[in-house]
Write a protein of this length. Sequence first.
Length: 456
Amino acid sequence: MKSAVETLNPTRVRLTVEVPFEELKASLDAAYKKINQQVTVKGFRQGKIPARVIDQRFGRGAVLEEAVNDALPKFYTEAVNEADLNPLGQPEVDIKELKDGELLSFTAEVDVRPALEIPDYSGIEVTVDAVEVSDEDIEKSVEQLRDRFATTSPVERAAAEGDIVTVDLEAKVDGEVLEDGVAQGIDYTIGSGQLLDGIDEAVTGLEAGGSATFTSELKGGSAEGKEAEVKVDVTAVKARELPALDDDFAQLASEFDTLEELRADSAKRLARMKKFDQATQAQEKVLDELIKLVEVPMPEKLLEDEVNTRKHNLEHHQLGQMGLDLAKYLEIQGKSAEEFDAELKEQAEKGIKTQFILDEIVNKEKLSVGQEELTEHLMRRAQSSGMSPDQFAQAVVEGGQVPMLVGEVARGKALAAVVEAATVKDSNGEVVDLDDEDETGETVEAAAEVVEGTEA
């Protein structure tokens, strides 16, 4: 077999391959065997029909076509390996010549990974938010914990903001009660904004046994988007009571004996969270600066496929789970279809560039992925997918996706290496040290998440 490569542009090549006919023998034999199992000829047992009879009855052309279809992937792969190419997607194959007994000649056009020059990235400098935990942050955290331990008790007074009312609802459109417009015994916290627009004003001031009517646009159901007249009956009013902020509360809500110890722990926890957010912010900003440094030719077919995949996943998976279609989503987002398509293309381009650049750094820096790193990544992916680690691992192996996971971790390590080489300062002008030996694994995982965010 002989092959030659012609570069059509920085991201696409044309392979020209010539195969001596004798190299088709194995595929020809397989073709005759396959046809033998599919046809019957009077006077011959199935599977025992001579080749010359198959040629006479069904035509030599049918055999050659079957043989070429069987052989092409193998010869294409050999040509790709011989030329040391990194193909992207499926090739467009064109058979140029097929001379029975002499020669098979074909061309294959395919997108390839562009060759990239990775410049010195140690000069990258970014600014991130300073890690500052205020007294207000601590009090807000304690109040959120306090809110979780609130109790409720019935009250004989008019409902006010913050109260929990038990209500029955009946919705009418054009004077007719909707089949799915009746609900009973719903607990609603006044002011939460989690039910219908207008209900807060309707129930505020009502006691148990009181009723009101209001107009609201329905957010779901058979009459979604229509104006409905909604009757609300309040059957109970309950007040929320927060526990006193004292040492008894600290003992109830935590492992600490005093409120001061609880506040001190909240401060430490908030600092850790802000430190993690700061590291994520640094990774995202460094990645943006890295992308600006590298010239990345864009394979148009790959970009088109990526845009279509992202749009399909959004429409048929993410939005479907929320009960939305694309038109409603765009309305909520306040975007036109043109703006949405432009943003989607921009995101897809960033995802492709990120993968190309970080893969090149993985090769350049000779970064490898250890079993422990892969296992940690698998555990995190399993958690986010809602599957057990064993179930997720089985699905990954059966789907042949282990190389994909290895690639995700490797790109995370590449980004972590770039961040380490960069200069990161906080908003106070202080240099931020993101290198913590005890959290190296977490840093790589966080970087992998940032990378995945561009590829999602």
